[in-house]
Design a protein around this ligand. Structure first.
Ligand code: FES
Length: 161
């Protein structure tokens, strides 16, 4: 075998090895880059979470519904138990209030005698639609985005009033 043929053969193998190395590096680098560079919010799957069946809700009688949802915490996705106060109005409108008082985040409850939400921590009171009746809560209760599919209620992000 001549020196010229040896050089051609060596070049052919080097091109093959470097080409294969480049392909493997690219195949690994693309998904790794997407994972590291895309913000976690963009990687989150559906933000809508099923809360439960609302077919038995009575008008103007808030009901606390417990459900699980995923929360993105840095690079981790944490499943947590949370709740929503779901209200069906006399006209059939459905809305869901976030479970934390807008003062310092305590869990409030529905007082069926007084027909208002009451926070046990510093006695803030809210109307059935979440408006502040007595402070120190600085703003109305936050609401979830809601979507009704058949008899099921789904909630999305919490929106500040
Ligand atoms: S946390 Fe509800 S009134 Fe303070």
């Amino acid at each position: 075998m001549s020196k010229q043929q040896n050089g051609n053969r060596r070049s052919f193998f080097l091109v093959g090895i470097y080409g294969l190395w480049g392909l493997i590096t690219g195949a690994l680098a693309i998904p790794a880059s997407l994972y590291l560079l895309l913000p976690p919010r963009l990687r989150r799957q559906s933000q809508w979470v099923e809360v439960g069946d609302i077919s038995n809700l009575k008008p103007d009688t808030p009901e606390e519904m417990i459900f699980k949802r995923n929360r993105v915490d840095g690079w981790k996705v944490v499943t947590e138990r949370t709740s929503a106060w779901v209200v069906k109005t006399g006209s059939g409108e459905i809305f869901a209030l976030a479970p934390g008082c807008t003062h310092l985040g305590c869990a409030y409850h529905w007082n069926s005698q007084q027909k208002e939400f009451v926070c046990p921590c510093h006695t803030s009171a809210f109307s059935i639609d979440g408006k502040v009746l007595t402070g120190p809560a600085p703003r109305p209760l936050d609401r979830y985005e809601v979507k009704v599919e058949g008899t099921k209620l789904l909630v999305g992000e919490i929106r500040t009033a």
